[in-house]
Design a protein. Structure first.
Length: 260
């Protein structure tokens, strides 16, 4: 049976894909609130759709980073060893609640708003935060770093499964603190690679819970593919100092709409 494509969702997918290509983030932080606020999609359905949307787009990004040798697979494995069990446990807890109820909608919207605000803060104040804490973390023992990496994966597993937000800006910021000697490209590549199993497991879990709209997801992916390609092409031509503050300001406004 053919799947119908809705042009308005494809346009939304294109615009979000454009931002993903330019900034390396914005999937969960923008797609989920766009679906909720502009299209009136139930928060639980929006989260489920975005998780599977992210798993596809992040897979493409992982292939690119893998070919460029900018993925630290040990870090990816440590993050996944924490995030995958935490995701499964979170899905198990969610399955005991009616995610389509009005109460669940309010809880998801407020948590999503809080996560968007935290993401915006990590974008704006990342350099100051790293400068403040970075020097102290350089001397941490490798075993401690390993434990913190697994715990970071577990934290991201819970947050991403519930809100679909956190694996991008927040994950990169924590990895920069834990691995200050690694280049930014390897940090980003490793974070993107880890997002694939995390969003895939969480997305499949939401599918089984009945909170995924496949025609809508297909429409988004059709638009996002060319958007990511064009955004990647424009990335070197639009200053990062312009893009990140604009994205952060957008996230603050959206988080206010969701929380209030």
């Amino acid at each position: 049976m053919p799947v119908s494509v809705d042009p308005q969702y494809s346009v939304a997918g294109f615009l979000v894909g454009l931002l993903i290509g330019q900034t390396g983030m914005g999937g969960g932080a923008l797609m989920t609130p766009v679906l909720i606020l502009l299209f009136g999609v139930h928060p639980a359905t929006a989260v489920g759709i975005d998780l599977l949307y992210a798993s596809v787009t992040k897979t493409i990004g992982t292939l690119v980073h893998g070919l460029s040798h900018t993925v630290n697979w040990r870090i990816v494995g440590l993050l996944a060893s924490g995030s995958v069990p935490a995701t499964a446990l979170t899905l198990l807890v969610i399955s005991h609640f009616d995610v389509t109820s009005g109460a669940a909608s309010g809880v998801i919207s407020r948590l999503l708003g809080a996560m968007l605000l935290l993401t915006a803060l990590s974008l704006v104040f990342r350099r100051q935060f790293l400068a403040l804490a970075g020097n102290r973390l350089v001397t941490i023992a490798p075993r401690t770093t390993t434990v913190f990496t697994v715990l970071t994966g577990a934290l991201l597993g819970v947050l991403v499964t519930i809100s679909s937000v956190g694996a991008g800006a927040i994950g990169v910021t924590i990895l920069l603190l834990l691995y200050p000697r690694l280049s930014m490209s390897i940090i980003v590549g490793s974070d993107i690679a880890h997002a694939v199993p995390l969003t895939l497991v969480a997305g499949v879990g939401h599918w089984f819970l009945g909170s995924v709209d496949w025609p809508l997801l297909t429409s988004l992916l059709i638009g996002s593919a060319p958007g990511v390609v064009l955004g990647s092409y424009l990335a070197a031509r639009v200053p990062d100092a312009v893009l990140r503050p604009m994205l952060a300001a957008t996230l603050v406004l959206v988080s206010g709409r969701l929380v209030l």
